[in-house]
Ligand binder design. Structure first.
Ligand code: IPM
Ligand code: MG
Length: 377
């Protein structure tokens, strides 16, 4: 296969973690006989410096011509004082909306070799988990192009009051729920809808829509949690979750919380998709997606070769799976990541300073993954 990737390294540690992800894609291509062309494009703070806007029209046009987008991270203190429409984060929001990637998949699991960096006690980890094992493995399905992030907002004339609006239509909710149910069907068959239906009307529409949809998905157990309770249950019994589906802002908050359970936010990948995987009508066409680690640009550690590139590498694996339909290749990358963790390679953020560990920089970690991938051939 011949794929074309819009490659946006971004700011801060973005370029550092993007480089290993690119190397892993090249290695997977070489091993399995694919070519992935990368068009490197500016967005975020770098684009503000170079072109005056966070998402240059050329970047967007080129991204639309590609099969998938890879994004490192954007933002940094240098651009913090810019008006909101010129901030680097605007690039993320605009590219998500323009590419119509309405569903964001954030898998959260605890790799067995990282048990020692998970802050939870064994008895908590075992609670409600599959087979009572001290592990968890769940998927956050976050709505990505609606809700309060994109609703009407403003300020009163004298500037003394301000508003943002949470608003959802039934079709917007349905397509995200559909993605959640499709994912649950391939997993442990449980969907937990997270909302604030005891207060918010938009949440009541979520609940109503989910209740209706659950009737047509009989093999899947549907449950509901208020977001405050969900935040607590993630800490008390992370093993009890399979698929969590929720709105844009709740998903943003819960996914950062969840990442802390895995030891480091640097481990977590994400895929933002313009459709429901596996449910596309007609011949399989590439499903447009934006793939990015969920961490930010971490300016405090940028340029030091210490950032964890695994979230970025695992995002590249998700790209292989969802945008290119290359399941075997995606699984090989994930196995390679697992194998380097088993061998003891650790970036500083996931180091428990145990005896068998080998502290690695960003570059060395990336090279270890490429090597592990090649060893599988
Ligand atoms: C994320 C980030 C973004 C979001 C920010 C940078 C706009 O926190 O992808 O989770 O809130 O969606
Ligand atoms: Mg976030």
């Amino acid at each position: 296969m011949n794929g074309k990737i819009a490659f946006i390294p971004g700011d801060g540690i973005g370029p550092e973690v993007a480089a290993p992800a690119a190397a892993v894609l090249d290695a997977a291509g070489a091993l399995f006989g694919h070519v992935f062309h990368r068009a490197e494009l500016p967005a975020g703070g770098r684009a503000v410096d170079e072109t005056g806007v966070p998402l240059p029209p050329e970047t967007l046009e080129e991204a639309k011509r590609c099969d998938a987008v890879f994004l490192g991270a954007v933002g940094g203190p240098k651009w913090d004082d810019l008006p909101v429409n010129l901030r680097p984060e605007r690039a993320l929001l605009d590219i998500r909306r323009e590419l119509g990637v309405f569903v964001n998949l954030r898998p959260v699991s605890l790799a067995a070799p990282l048990r020692s960096v998970c802050p939870l006690k064994d008895e908590i980890l075992s609670a409600g988990g599959p087979g009572g094992k001290p592990v968890f493995d769940f998927l956050i399905v976050r709505e990505l192009t609606g809700g309060i992030y994109f609703g009407a907002r403003g300020r009163s004339e004298d500037g003394s009051s301000a508003w943002d609006t949470e608003s959802y239509s039934r079709p917007e909710i349905e397509r995200v729920l559909e993605a959640a149910y499709a994912a649950a069907a391939e997993r442990r068959k449980k969907v937990c809808v997270v909302d604030k239906a005891n207060v918010l009307e938009s949440s009541r529409l979520w609940r109503e829509t989910a209740l209706r949809m659950s009737g047509s998905c009989p093999g899947i157990e549907t449950s509901f949690l208020y977001v405050d309770n969900a935040a607590m249950q993630l800490i008390r019994a992370p093993g009890s979750f399979d698929v969590i589906v929720t709105s844009n802002m709740f998903g943003d908050i819960l996914s950062d919380e969840a990442s802390a359970l895995t030891g480091s936010i640097g481990m977590l990948p994400s895929a933002s998709l313009a459709g429901v995987p596996g449910r596309r009508p007609g011949p399989a066409r590439p499903l447009m997606g934006i793939y990015e680690p969920i961490h930010g640009s971490a300016p405090d550690i940028a340029g030091k070769d210490i950032a964890n590139p695994l979230g970025a590498v695992l995002s590249a694996a998700m790209m292989l799976r969802y945008s290119f339909g290359l399941e075997k290749e995606a699984a090989a990358v994930e196995a390679a990541v697992n194998s380097v963790l088993e061998k003891g390679y650790r970036t500083a953020d996931i180091s428990g300073r145990g005896g068998k560990e080998r502290l690695a920089g960003t570059r060395e970690m990336g090279e270890a993954v490429v090597q592990a991938l090649e060893e599988q051939a």
